[in-house]
Design a protein around this ligand. Structure first.
Ligand code: C2E
Ligand code: CA
Ligand code: CA
Ligand code: CA
Length: 275
């Protein structure tokens, strides 16, 4: 294709146009989706390994698209993030998650994902404070999950935002830990209550000595720093057993429960995890 020189660009352009048009269309539809009530939240349970009880749920957004069916975040969250639509979408998610979880049993925590653009938005703290007040939920039950991208991008402003969320009484989790450019410096300079260990490491925890060593080390480090750990993507009983032995605080994954619209149903559908 290189040899064709300028002509290859002509061949390539329509493809780019189509992709761009599709993104634009999804973006326009997403705006309407919020108004038309097509968005919904699924909740995935988190199991405390010490007590073998469900301690909370993570909210995961879904889009009931009129033609395309149930869409997962991989099909629209990045588009929303790139277009800035993630701010109103995120406000809807926060509000909905807080209002719904306010009526759950009081010991249950609610985890809410915040994307980098959301954390960078000057409206975030105010809208969260308002939704907390309207829902009436105890702020101590609310956990915000952020990724290291939040830490990397505009770190001083984002750091202060995270401290403000903690002042409101919420806790903060560092999501997907171990992937990307994770630096130990983040753990020192940001106010994390919890580290979520990425599925990549949990998947290999039984078969790979390296994965096992990494998970062990993350758990010890978190422990020494006074932070809890959540292992993500637990699919097998052997993995759960290993996490118990390692001393990980909590676990989440299909073995414990898949994301579902009814949180308590998700907890009940879990196989006996006590081994
Ligand atoms: P995440 O925050 O790391 O969420 C965990 C993802 O792993 C979820 O995918 C969940 O369904 C999936 N998962 C959970 N347990 C297992 C398991 O045992 N095996 C496997 N293979 N997967 C498992 P989902 O719901 O498709 O969400 C993907 C990503 O989209 C999330 O990753 C998060 O980054 C983003 N996202 C989801 N909901 C929201 C939201 O409300 N707001 C924002 N800003 N981002 C969201
Ligand atoms: Ca998450
Ligand atoms: Ca994660
Ligand atoms: Ca992930």
């Amino acid at each position: 294709a290189k040899a064709k020189g300028r002509d290859s660009f002509a061949l390539f352009e329509p493809t780019l146009d189509t992709a761009a048009r599709q993104r634009r269309e999804t973006e326009l539809q997403l705006r309407e989706a919020m108004e038309r009530g097509q968005l919904l939240l699924h909740y995935q349970p988190i199991l405390a390994l010490g007590t073998d009880t469900i301690t909370g749920y993570e909210a995961l957004v879904r889009w009931q698209h009129p033609e395309r069916g149930l869409l997962y975040p991989s099909e629209f969250v990045a588009i929303a993030e790139a277009s800035g639509l993630i701010v109103p979408l995120g406000e809807w998610i926060i509000h909905q998650a807080l209002v719904e979880s306010a009526s759950w049993p009081e010991h249950l925590r609610i985890g809410i994902n915040l994307s980098p653009t959301q954390v960078g938005s000057p409206r975030l703290v105010k809208t969260i404070a308002e939704s907390l007040a309207i829902s009436g939920i105890a702020p101590g039950r609310v956990d915000f999950e952020i990724t290291e991208h939040v830490v990397l991008e505009g770190s001083e402003a984002n750091r202060s935002t995270l401290y403000k969320l903690r002042e409101l009484g919420a806790s903060i989790s560092l999501d997907d830990f171990g992937t990307g450019y994770s630096s130990l410096n983040y753990l020192r300079n940001f106010p994390f209550d919890r580290i979520k260990i990425d599925r990549d490491f949990v998947t290999g925890i039984v078969s790979s000595r390296e994965s096992q060593a990494i998970v062990k080390t993350i758990c010890r480090l978190a422990d020494a720093l006074g932070m809890a750990t959540v292992a993500e993507g637990v699919e097998e009983a052997e993995q759960l057993e290993m996490l118990r032995r390692i001393g990980c605080s909590e676990a989440q994954g299909y073995l414990i429960g898949k994301p579902a619209s009814e949180p308590l149903a998700a907890a009940q559908s879990r196989p006996d995890a006590s081994g």
